[in-house]
Design a protein around this ligand. Structure first.
Ligand code: BG6
Length: 482
C-alpha cells in the first residue's frame, strides 16, 4: 500500500470507541506503512487532557507484548489533544490553528478526516462549525466519518443527514457500519459473484430459506443509557442485519464499484416487504433476558428502569421481493446474553423430489457463512458411505478464511483505510439507511401500537420459545442451535 497523508480530527477522542478501535487501528496502519511521517491526530473532547495524557492513553490502548517500544514512541508523538466544547465557536478557532500548524509541521497537504464518535445530537453543530470556522481546507480533501447510531427512526435520521449534508456532499460523507468492514461480510460478494456454481443457484428456485444469526453472550454492559433508547431492533437489525440481507439478496452489480454496488444494495432494501401491524405480530418476536445461572436479568441491570420494555432480542421473518428472492423467507435473530458470540448465515437449499433416493433420508444442502468467531464457509452435502450398498451420509466441504499465520485485519482498520482512499463502497449510503429505517419503523410502530407481546428468555439460552415457533410454523428450524 502507498503512504497516505492525513490529519485526523477525532471528536470523542477520550471515548471508548477511540480507545478500543480507532487508536489500535491507526497503529496497524502505521505498522504497515500506510501512515508514516505525514500524519497527525487531534483528539478532542470536553475533558481537560494534555497531549502527553492522550499519548499515554493511546500507548495503553495499543499495547501488546510484541510491539517495539521505539515504534510506539514514534507513533504516539503524532497525537495532540484539544479540549473542546462543540458548542463553543471560540474552540473551533483554536482547533483551526492547531490543524494548520500540524498540517505544516507534518506536510499533510490539507487532507482532513473528521471522525465524529460522539453523541449524534452534536453532529450538525460540528459540521456547521467545521465549515463556518474554515477548518475544512481548499487544497486537500475533507471527509466526515460518522459513527452510529444514525438516528432512531427515519425522521431523526433524515434530520441528522440533512444537518451534515448541508456542509459535506455525499461523496465526502462516510457512515460507518462496522460489519461492512468485516472480512467475511465482504466475502459474501466474492462467494456469490466469483463462483459460477453459487451464482447459478442463488435464487428462489433453489434456495428454500436464509437464516441470519447475530448472537452475543454479553449483556447490556455499561451502555444502559443508550440501549434503553434503542433496543435490539434499532441497535442490530436496522444496520448490521439489513446490510447483510442486502448483500445476500441484491442483484449482481454491473461492476465492482462504489456506485454500482450501492445501487443494487439500495434496490434490495427498497424491495423489503412491509407488513401490516397485525402481520408484524405474526412475523416478529421481541424479548428481554431474565436472570439465570448467576447472571442478572435485564431489569436488574444498572440504570435500567424496573418496568423497561426495551427488547434485548429480536427474531423475524422477512422477504426481499425482488426477482430472485421473492418468496424466500429470511429468518433473522439477534440478542444479548445468548449462549455465545456468533455471527453466521445459513443458506438452506430446497429438498429435491426424486425416486432415485429415499428423499426423506437425504440431508439438505446448507451453505454456512461463519463470520465470527472464525471466518469459515462450509457446505453440507451428501456422500456415499463406504462399502456395499448405496447408503448416504452427510459430509462437509470446508473453506477457511485464513491460515494460522495470517492475521485478519480489524473491521475498523479496513474502514479507516477505505476512508483515507476515499472509497465509500463499504459504508452505508444515505438511501440504504433511509430504506432500512422505513422498514424498521414499520415494525416498531406496530409494536408501539400493541401488536406483538414482549416475551422473555433466560440468560445463556438461544432466545424465547417464540423464536423457535416462528420457524416451526413454516416447517423449518434454526440450523444453528447454539
Ligand atoms: C454494535 C452494537 O453496533 O455492534 C453493539 O451497538 C454490539 O450492541 C456490537 O455489541 C457487535 O459488534 P461485533 O463486531 O462485536 O459483532
Amino acid at each position: 500500500e502507498i503512504e497516505q497523508k492525513a490529519l485526523f480530527v477525532i471528536f470523542g477522542g477520550t471515548g471508548d470507541l477511540a480507545k478500543r478501535k480507532l487508536y489500535p487501528s491507526l497503529f496497524q496502519l502505521y505498522k504497515k506503512g500506510i501512515l508514516q511521517d505525514n500524519f497527525a491526530v487531534i483528539g478532542t473532547a470536553r475533558r481537560p487532557w494534555t497531549d502527553e495524557h492522550l499519548q499515554e492513553v493511546v500507548r495503553t490502548s495499543i499495547a501488546s507484548n510484541d510491539e517495539s517500544q521505539k515504534q510506539i514512541d514514534e507513533f504516539v508523538r503524532h497525537f495532540y489533544y484539544q479540549s473542546h466544547n462543540v458548542n463553543d465557536t471560540e474552540h473551533y478557532v483554536t482547533l483551526r490553528e492547531l490543524a494548520e500548524k500540524l498540517d505544516l509541521k507534518y506536510q499533510i497537504n490539507g487532507n482532513r478526516l473528521f471522525y465524529l464518535a460522539m453523541s449524534p445530537r452534536f453532529f450538525g453543530t460540528i459540521a456547521q462549525h467545521l465549515k463556518s470556522q474554515n477548518i475544512v481546507t481548499d487544497e486537500g480533501y475533507n471527509r466526515v466519518i460518522v459513527e452510529k447510531p444514525f438516528g432512531r427512526d427515519f425522521e431523526s435520521a433524515k434530520e441528522l443527514n440533512d444537518s451534515i449534508s448541508k456542509y459535506f456532499p455525499e461523496e465526502a460523507f462516510f457512515r460507518i457500519d462496522h460489519y461492512l468492514g468485516k472480512e467475511m461480510i465482504q466475502n459474501i460478494m466474492a462467494l456469490r459473484f466469483s463462483n459460477n456454481l453459487f451464482r447459478a443457484v442463488w435464487n428462489n428456485r433453489y434456495i428454500d430459506n436464509i437464516q441470519i444469526t447475530l448472537s452475543e453472550a454479553l449483556g447490556v454492559e455499561e451502555r444502559a443509557g443508550y440501549y434503553e433508547t434503542a433496543g435490539a431492533l434499532r441497535d442490530m437489525v436496522q444496520n448490521h442485519i439489513l446490510q447483510i440481507v442486502s448483500l445476500l439478496t441484491m442483484n449482481m452489480p454491473a461492476s465492482y464499484s462504489e456506485s454500482d454496488i450501492r445501487r443494487e444494495k439500495i434496490y434490495a432494501l427498497k424491495s423489503l416487504k412491509k407488513y401490516s401491524p397485525a402481520k408484524v405480530a405474526e412475523n416478529f418476536v421481541r424479548a428481554q433476558y431474565i436472570g439465570n445461572d448467576g447472571q442478572v436479568g435485564y431489569l436488574q441491570e444498572n440504570e435500567i428502569a424496573d418496568d423497561s420494555t426495551t427488547e434485548t432480542f429480536v427474531a423475524g421473518k422477512l422477504f426481499v421481493n425482488n426477482e430472485n428472492f421473492s418468496g424466500v423467507p429470511i429468518y433473522i435473530r439477534t440478542g444479548k446474553r445468548l449462549t455465545q458470540k456468533t455471527t453466521r448465515i445459513d443458506i438452506s437449499f430446497k429438498e429435491m423430489e426424486t425416486s432415485f433416493f429415499d428423499s426423506k433420508k437425504l440431508g439438505r444442502n446448507i451453505l454456512t457463512i461463519n463470520v465470527e468467531p472464525e471466518g469459515q464457509v462450509y457446505l453440507q452435502t451428501n456422500i456415499k458411505k463406504i462399502g456395499q450398498g448405496f447408503d448416504l451420509k452427510p459430509s462437509r466441504m470446508d473453506l477457511q478464511l485464513n491460515n494460522e499465520n495470517e492475521v485478519v485485519p480489524e473491521a475498523y482498520e479496513k474502514l479507516l483505510l477505505d476512508a483515507l482512499l476515499g472509497d465509500a463502497t463499504n459504508f452505508a449510503h444515505w438511501e440504504e439507511v433511509a430504506y432500512a429505517w422505513k422498514f424498521v419503523d414499520s415494525i416498531r410502530e406496530a409494536w408501539d401500537a400493541g401488536n406483538g407481546d414482549l416475551s422473555e428468555y433466560k440468560c445463556g439460552s438461544m432466545g424465547p420459545k417464540e423464536s423457535e415457533d416462528l420457524l416451526k410454523h413454516d416447517g423449518n428450524h434454526w440450523v444453528f442451535t447454539g
